[in-house]
Design a protein around this ligand. Structure first.
Ligand code: ADP
Length: 332
């Protein structure tokens, strides 16, 4: 058995489908002042799966997580976390949950190993028990040789991995991560994804929030797209794409000196005059025309006849659904 397998062989790794839902939410509502920031959310996690809350800034993802964990009091709704009613028994429920917050909150005065030790004590674990878990957790985080390193000396990616390892100290039934890879460079993100995939494969249930489509698409068994405190779509990534958007996309873009261009043209303007009618749905954003289609063949034949026109043909993805449902306007 490898170190990682040993770390991950949690008591929760068998017969996922037989286990009760680690998180059930019905009709969750939360108001700040006059604004309802969560408006009647329902969701049900299946044991052993990764569930992602996907949405633009301000959609209500963090508030939903905080209510689920009993850290923010809801105005209405029913929450069961690891079988316990929240907020009434949130403390008991949280003992069986691992939490990776949006901002790393490792203790800068302690070493990596000491951070794990101190955190483990919150869960009532003995020092001896924690010390047996520390080597595996450091190995899982790829930080074996940083055992005695101070937190300030770690890179952003290392801190994230240590925070993730720390969240596993109590062998949680459910691991909750709030935007786990925001602010990380691509290499560090891939490393976090690898670790999360290992955990999911080992049977840990994972709930995460993100605004990265690729993260949601790679990791999730189920996802929900939130905006304005409402759930706009839900299901597996594939189901969400199939339900909400045409299956094929042709993007027409760039400067183009072709004939028959309207004044001030460019390829997108040409497409507006010539490709929109061959598309099921058509949108322009910046210098790109997006043609959404069930059958792209007639449009592609037409485009192929335009010498030098730049375009690409691809299957629809989660980002297309996200932009269709939440719009292309900038969010602060
Ligand atoms: P997300 O995580 O999707 O970015 P949040 O759940 O953090 O969204 O926020 C949803 C909305 O609730 C935002 O408009 C935010 O400004 C507001 N909000 C969040 N927390 C508070 C708070 N403690 N007090 C007042 N407004 C808040």
């Amino acid at each position: 058995m490898t170190v990682a397998e040993r770390t991950l062989s949690s008591p929760h790794s068998t017969a996922a489908s037989l286990r009760p839902s680690p998180l059930l939410i019905r009709g969750l509502t939360k108001r700040y002042g006059d604004t309802e920031v969560v408006r009647g959310i329902d969701l049900e996690l299946r044991a052993g799966e990764c569930f992602t809350l996907l949405g633009p800034n301000g959609a209500g993802k963090t508030t939903t997580l905080r209510c689920a964990l009993g850290l923010t009091a809801p105005d209405a709704g029913e929450i069961r976390l690891c079988g316990e009613a929240v907020p009434e028994r949130a403390r008991e429920a949280r003992m069986r949950v691992g939490i990776v917050p949006q901002m790393d909150n490792l203790d800068p005065d302690f070493t990596c190993a000491e951070n794990l030790l101190v955190y483990g004590r919150y869960f009532g674990l003995s020092d001896a028990e924690i010390k047996t878990r520390i080597p595996d957790l450091l190995a899982f985080a790829g930080l074996e040789n940083k055992r005695n390193a101070r937190i300030q000396s770690l890179s952003g990616g290392m801190k994230r991995r240590l925070t993730l390892a720390r969240a596993l100290i109590n062998q949680p039934e459910l691991l909750v991560l709030d935007e786990p890879t925001t602010g990380l460079d691509p290499q560090a993100r891939h490393l976090i994804w690898d670790r999360l995939k290992q955990l999911i494969r080992s049977g840990t249930t994972v709930l995460l929030t993100t605004h990265f489509m690729d993260e949601a698409e790679r990791l999730s068994d189920q996802l929900a797209i939130l905006d304005g405190g409402r759930m706009l779509a839900g299901g597996s990534p594939r189901e969400v794409i199939a339900e909400h958007i045409e299956p094929q996309v042709v993007e027409v873009f760039g400067d183009w000196n072709g004939h028959d261009l309207p004044a001030g043209g460019g390829a997108a303007a040409w497409a507006s005059a010539h490709a929109a009618a061959l598309s099921d749905r058509f949108e322009i954003s910046g210098e790109t025309a997006f043609c959404y289609l069930h059958d792209a063949a007639p449009l592609l034949a037409h485009l192929a006849a335009q010498r030098g026109l730049r375009y690409l043909h691809r299957p629809a993805n989660l980002e297309d659904v996200f932009l269709k449902l939440t719009g292309r306007d900038l969010r602060d």
